[in-house]
Design a binder for this molecule. Structure first.
Ligand SMILES: NC(=O)C1=CN([C@@H]2O[C@H](COP(=O)(O)OP(=O)(O)OC[C@H]3O[C@@H](n4cnc5c(N)ncnc54)[C@H](O)[C@@H]3O)[C@@H](O)[C@H]2O)C=CC1
Ligand SMILES: O=C(O)[C@H]1O[C@H](OP(=O)(O)OP(=O)(O)OC[C@H]2O[C@@H](n3ccc(=O)[nH]c3=O)[C@H](O)[C@@H]2O)[C@H](O)[C@@H](O)[C@@H]1O
Length: 441
């Protein structure tokens, strides 16, 4: 099948590369010339495990190409995917301007009948709007249909998720369009769920909102655990053993970040509000997350009330491990607050420092290694649970002025930090301060 993908961000590029890997001929179109120039040379503009290798392979096998030219990129395509961004407006609603522009680009450039597939996360009713926009701008002799095919991949495991997802959702009006998209996706071997367009659009928002709800729920439980002396790791393990609850997305931390949960939860509140429904539960989820993102600074201030001139190490800047994505990362708020309080911030991230430099306060300094960041620091804050951070030799923290670690991701066992003489504050667990003495025989 000949396919075009409009937008080559995390979703568009992974979609284009994966579709070419299963044998389709894919042209990816992006308005960003720098990105396209890189991709034409086989360089991925984003860090995503396995993506570069698969991209290069399919370029070399002539199944994958990139262009900034919509006319050329849409030529002869049977199916066109829209994968442009749907960022947050000031009022929390989803900004549809890129989607509308993509619809116009399609209408003005197609010279054949097409199926337009919406991958972008869009409010319920948007596919109707896309259809109207395209139909009112395209040549009168052509036919087109829209299909909602929301994306469920996670950053950091996007390629893996494309080939091992739990489901592919296809929302369509006609059986013909639904079957074409089903056939395209069949080689992935992922279960396919066919439904109507509006339900497909809602499945995407409801899924993200439910996962965000699990995270805010466990974060509140962790805060209560701290007050009562229980241990959140044991609590979430015990809860997750119940298959009705499930063990995933029960990891307490410093709140969810990233390009999707924060914006999609707020957009769903707006979508409900537009039909005069107040989504009270989801409003609570968003508020809990906001509070949770400030929890590490509170813990640090309890230990060090005055931060002026103090060297503070920040380990991990990306919103989660295995990605260079800094969008809505807790590190933005945490480093800003540290600088506001006069701290001297030394940050380290294995992959995201390039992006961080253009986003974080310019007063943040960057270290080349964990060792360099923590040496002589008065406290180390852990914001992302990268393997490199989780596997650190704990004795290294003794190179700090005083080994004080505030861990927003529960990277270490209490026993391990205690035996290394580290003062350790984590999430939902007792504070570890004492070295364990050998029990008398
Ligand atoms: N990032 C993620 O992990 C996931 C994102 N989504 C959804 O997928 C959509 C895309 O998200 P990302 O890939 O993160 O976005 P992104 O912001 O990384 O990439 C969007 C790309 O579209 C390009 N673009 C914008 N307008 C264009 C046009 N008219 N023609 C050609 N290119 C155009 C931009 O230059 C940019 O490269 C959003 O709706 C998001 O909510 C869904 C699941 C996962
Ligand atoms: O719509 C989207 O964009 C995507 O949003 C999330 O994927 P992503 O944001 O890439 O990453 P997640 O692994 O879901 O993590 C999101 C945030 O929640 C946090 N998190 C996750 C799980 C957990 O148990 N606890 C927790 O604090 C992570 O640290 C991270 O900040 C969803 O998991 C994907 O299914 C969805 O496609």
């Amino acid at each position: 099948m000949k396919i075009s993908v409009i937008g080559t961000g995390y979703v568009g590029l992974v979609t284009g590369v994966s579709l070419s890997e299963i044998g389709h001929h894919v042209t990816c179109i992006d308005v960003n010339q720098d990105k396209v120039a890189k991709m034409q040379q086989g360089i991925s503009p984003i860090y995503e495990p396995g993506l570069s290798e698969m991209m290069t392979k399919n370029i070399n096998e002539n199944r994958l190409s990139f262009t900034t030219d919509h006319r050329q990129g849409l030529k002869h395509s049977d199916v066109i995917y829209i994968a442009v961004g749907t960022p947050e407006n000031h009022d929390g609603s989803a900004d549809m301007s890129y989607v509308i522009q993509a619809a116009r680009d399609i209408a003005e450039n197609i010279q054949q009948n097409v199926i337009v597939v919406t991958k972008s996360t869009v409010p319920v009713g948007t596919n109707d709007m896309i259809k109207q926009t395209i139909q009112s701008h395209m040549a009168a002799n052509l036919q087109m249909e829209v299909v909602s095919n929301p994306e469920f991949l996670k950053e950091g495991s996007a390629i893996h998720d494309s080939f091992h997802g739990d489901r592919i959702v296809i929302g369509a009006e006609s059986e013909y369009a639904s079957n074409v998209i089903e056939q395209i996706n069949q080689p992935f071997g992922v279960p396919i769920f066919k439904t109507d367009i509006k339900s497909a659009e809602m499945i995407k928002y409801a899924s993200n909102a439910f996962l965000a709800t699990k995270i805010s729920f466990i974060n509140e439980i962790s805060n209560i655990c701290e007050l009562l002396g229980a241990n959140i790791e044991n609590v979430s393990t015990g809860m997750g053993l119940d298959q009705r609850i499930g063990s995933q997305f029960l990891k307490a931390g410093i709140g969810y970040g990233g390009s999707c949960f924060p914006k999609d939860t707020k957009a769903l509140i707006q979508i409900a509000g537009n039909v005069e429904y107040e989504f009270e539960l989801l409003k609570g989820v968003v508020n809990v997350n906001k509070k949770q993102q400030g929890i590490l600074i509170g813990k640090l201030n309890d230990c060090l009330p005055i931060l002026t001139g103090k060297r503070i190490a920040v380990l991990g800047l990306a919103f989660k491990p295995n990605t260079d994505d800094m969008r809505e990362s807790a590190s933005i708020r945490v480093t800003e607050e540290l600088i506001k309080q006069g701290a001297h911030v030394i940050a380290y991230d294995p992959i995201a420092m390039g992006n961080a430099k253009s986003i974080l306060n310019p007063l943040v300094e960057y270290a080349d290694s964990i060792e360099e960041a923590i040496a002589d620091s008065e406290a180390a804050l852990i914001l992302t649970d990268w393997d490199e951070i989780k596997n650190i030799e704990l004795a290294l923290f003794k190179t700090m002025k005083k080994p004080l670690v505030i861990d927003g991701r529960n990277c270490f066992s209490l026993e391990a930090v205690e035996s290394n003489g580290i003062e350790y504050h984590s999430i939902g667990r007792p504070v570890a301060t004492k070295v364990i003495e050998a029990a008398p025989i």
